[in-house]
Structure formats: C-alpha cells, structure tokens
Design a protein around this ligand. Sequence first.
Ligand SMILES: CC(C)C[C@H](C(=O)NO)C(=O)N[C@@H](CC(N)=O)C(=O)NCc1cccc(N)c1
Ligand SMILES: [Zn+2]
Length: 157
Amino acid sequence: QPKWDKTVLTYRITDYTPDLSQSDVDATIAKALKIYSDVIPLDFKQIDSGTADIMITFRSREHGDFAPFDGEGRVLAHAFSPGEGIGGDAHFDEDESWTLTSAANLFLVAAHEFGHAMGLAHSQVQTALMYPTYQYVNTEGYMLPDDDKQGVQAIYG
Ligand SMILES: CC(C)C[C@H](C(=O)NO)C(=O)N[C@@H](CC(N)=O)C(=O)NCc1cccc(N)c1
Ligand SMILES: [Zn+2]
C-alpha cells in the first residue's frame, strides 16, 4: 500500500489553466488539499520553484506520461499514488472548461485526484469522493465523505 512517510508534503502548480484566475486556482487547490490535512497527520506547503512532492499541472493530449488526455469530457484528470518522481503528481486535462461551479468543478476533481495522491483507489460507494464517476455536489463547506475519510485514516492512522 503506497503511502507518504513524511508529514509535510510540498506541492507546486507548474502550468495554470486559463479558465480561472491564478489566485482562484491556488485557493481551490489549497482547499482541496486541506480536506485531507483536516483528517490525517499531513501538512501541505506550496512552493513556486524546484521539484515538489506533488507536481500539479494542466495539460492536454500527450503530456509525457504515456497516459495522454482525451479532449473535452471523459477523462478529466489523473494522479499517481504516493512515491518518488511522478508519484503524487496530479495532471488536469486542459481541454476541460474548469469552473468553480458545476461542470468540471476544479475543487471536486482536485479533491478526487488528491485522494489518489494520498494512496486511495476508487470506491464503489456512490456517495464517495473516490467513486469513479464525477457527480457535482455543492462544495460550500464541503467535508470529506465518510467512506473516503475511513479509507485515508486507515492508511495514515
Ligand atoms: C481511469 C482514470 C484515468 C479516469 C479518471 C480518474 O478517475 N482520475 O482520477 C477520470 O477523469 N475519471 C472521470 C470519470 C468521469 N468523467 O466521470 C472523473 O471525472 N473522475 C474525477 C472525479 C472527480 C470528482 C468526483 C469523482 N467521483 C470523480
Ligand atoms: Zn480517479
């Protein structure tokens, strides 16, 4: 079971989507990471240069990891489970129209991807954040659903 064995993880957003302001992307990514640091003994620090544990980027089609994106719709993003190098990295499909509302909600998709980056697989529980298919829910005061919370606390205790 891959997991992080350090308590402070760095993250860096290397390419921003033009769909949202840079400050909106920074704030949304920080919020999506906080739902995990609220329930497990991990902290996240943003860095603006060098290599971070979690490298975050918006790219389309072939982007150097042999899992090319597929244009608008279908695959929205992917992330790698904990580990060195590409481990923990999260890639977002730039061909989506990223929003802070319903369609391609950056907060919800990022929260899902960071679940993978923490070591979570997909869940069969319909209401879980880690359920394979995207379903929009109101993100005001969003709390990690119980199935995901149990899953991540089982890994990080
Ligand atoms: C086989 C994987 C590369 C699929 C990919 C995924 O699961 N990434 O983590 C993905 O983008 N799945 C889409 C499936 C879809 N288009 O409904 C998705 O929205 N996953 C992200 C997501 C976001 C928020 C909530 C949930 N449940 C799922
Ligand atoms: Zn997924």
